[in-house]
Design a binder for this molecule. Structure first.
Ligand code: NDP
Ligand code: 2IT
Length: 449
């Protein structure tokens, strides 16, 4: 039984993603609450699940035909006990308050694990950048920022990208922020290298995820060299995960997008990955195009009717889900287990359903939750802010070394916290407990606010 406050479910029963994320954390931290009643006395649980603030706003913009369109914008400012709200902006038609509350809630614990002073938040809109012209995306971003700018700031709330928001969108958003505020500030991360961005930031979530997987395997005197891997997604996190896996001598067999997946038995090498980067980042094409360039690979279209994702039927030793939430369900988990998978390391946010998590943990697999394994992204965002504050840019080796140190520290923190509460080798429980303790202790120190 988890300790979800009754109010949380009663108030927002339809917020399924948010309730899923809360259930996971509250189940993990039950032993902490039982051992230290102070947290309950001070209403930490009731306060930590309630956003400090949610901003919802209208985003009107004009399409290329001169038609006025209206989308809905959000920023969920979840918790600022240990630092300014920090987290991504997602532009995707599925975006709603539940999804952004879940992402913001994840960030509270993920950001605490990074060792940096970052609170938790997330935002976005149901605008779909797919199929829009650059001019439409620019006008949308400008109108989105026309409202968001009054709520963010380098010491208040610092957004970054997430699904559908990459360097192009961050550029347009930053340009509008700068014009409206008349300030050149570290108010967004993921900025271009020539205007305040950090080297390694675009790669950080994927690189960090692979460093985390390598740490997990090292606890079993094993490594990624020669391992067969399935990667889902083909965006920012998937591309960097794939690149680092190739560098570490692993064999990447798949990539996907929301239309389907490709399986390349020969392995996706650096040259093939360059093709994918041009395809997805410049041509903004579909992953199905991969098989036109490399006909020995097989493309399988996704189907809404299928209960299980055909991608997870392939045999591989290591799994890196890097697309979106709940992309591995119970059936997928059984398929993977039956194929003797060794490790699941989450590049995406909450890609495994609760049932899938339970199956992996029951089987004693190496399973890393996204809030630990993909924390390298937000960690290097924190390092981007540090570089902005000191008005210096570090070399890529320096940022990458700091990222490796942070990922090792998160890995060890998860293991130690899990062990301290009787859940040895359970990275899920360890991540939730360690993140919770840091934020809950800060909330205790700061009184009931
Ligand atoms: P991108 O937009 O760059 O890529 C997202 C990828 O996932 C695309 O291939 C997209 O396919 C696919 N995808 C999106 N929605 C779905 C869906 N409903 N079903 C199947 N595939 C889907 O996003 P990121 O790589 O930045 O983000 C991916 C995940 O990683 C998210 O969960 C995000 O929260 C998490 N993350 C991101 C970080 C970052 O710094 N960007 C840091 C840490 C975690 P399509 O092109 O068809 O939409
Ligand atoms: O999910 C994530 O960690 C992100 N989208 C990055 C957030 C950030 O502020 O760097």
């Amino acid at each position: 039984m988890s300790d979800i406050p009754q109010n949380t479910t009663a108030r927002d029963p339809h917020e399924t993603e948010f309730l899923q994320a809360v259930h996971e954390v509250m189940t993990s931290v039950k032993p902490v609450l039982d051992k230290t009643p102070e947290y309950r006395h001070h209403g930490i649980v009731e306060r930590i699940v309630e956003p400090e603030r949610i901003i919802t706003f209208r985003v009107p913009w004009m399409d290329d035909m001169g038609k006025v369109r209206v989308n809905r914008g959000f920023r969920v400012e979840m918790n600022s006990a240990i630092g300014p709200y920090k987290g991504g902006l997602r532009f995707h038609p599925s975006v709603n308050q539940s999804i952004l509350k879940f992402l913001a809630f994840e960030h509270v614990f993920k950001n605490a694990l990074t060792t940096l002073p970052l609170g938790g938040g997330a935002g976005g809109t149901d605008f779909d950048p797919k199929g829009k012209s650059d001019a439409e995306v620019m006008r949308f971003c400008q109108n989105f920022m026309a409202e968001l700018f009054r709520h963010i700031g380098a010491s208040t709330d610092v957004p970054e990208g997430d699904i559908g928001v990459g360097s192009r969108e961050i550029g347009y958003l930053f340009g509008m922020y700068r014009k409206l505020s008349n300030q050149f500030a570290g108010v967004l991360t993921g900025k271009g290298l020539g205007w305040g961005g950090s080297l390694i930031r675009p790669e950080a979530a994927g690189f960090g995820c692979v460093y985390f997987a390598a740490e997990m395997l090292a606890t079993r005197h094993d490594s990624l060299a020669g391992k067969t891997c399935l990667v889902s997604g083909s965006g920012n996190v998937a591309q960097a995960t794939c690149r680092k896996l190739i560098e570490m001598g692993a064999k990447v067999l798949s990539l996907s997008d929301s239309s389907g997946h490709i399986y390349d038995e020969a392995g996706i090498d650096a040259q093939k990955l360059d093709f994918v980067k041009r395809l997805k980042n410049i041509r903004r094409g579909r992953i199905s195009d991969y098989v036109n360039e490399y006909p020995q690979a097989v493309y399988t279209a996704a189907s809404a009717e299928q209960e299980a994702n055909p991608l997870w039927r392939h045999r591989a030793q290591c799994i890196f889900p890097c697309a979106t939430q709940n992309e591995i369900n119970k059936q997928d988990a059984y398929h993977l287990i039956n194929n003797n998978v060794k490790l699941v390391c989450e590049g995406a946010s909450m890609p495994c359903t609760t049932e899938a998590q339970e199956i992996f943990l029951d089987k004693g697999m190496l399973y890393a939750p996204g809030k630990a394994a993909n924390a390298g992204g937000v960690a290097v965002s924190g390092l981007e802010l540090t570089q902005n504050s000191i008005r210096l840019s570090w070399l890529s080796e320096e940022v990458d070394n700091r990222l490796k140190i942070i990922m090792k520290s998160i890995h060890d923190t998860c293991l130690n916290a899990a062990e301290a509460y009787g859940y040895a080798r359970n990275y899920l429980v360890g991540a939730n407990i360690a993140g919770f303790l840091k934020v809950a202790d800060a909330m205790l120190d700061q009184g009931v606010i």
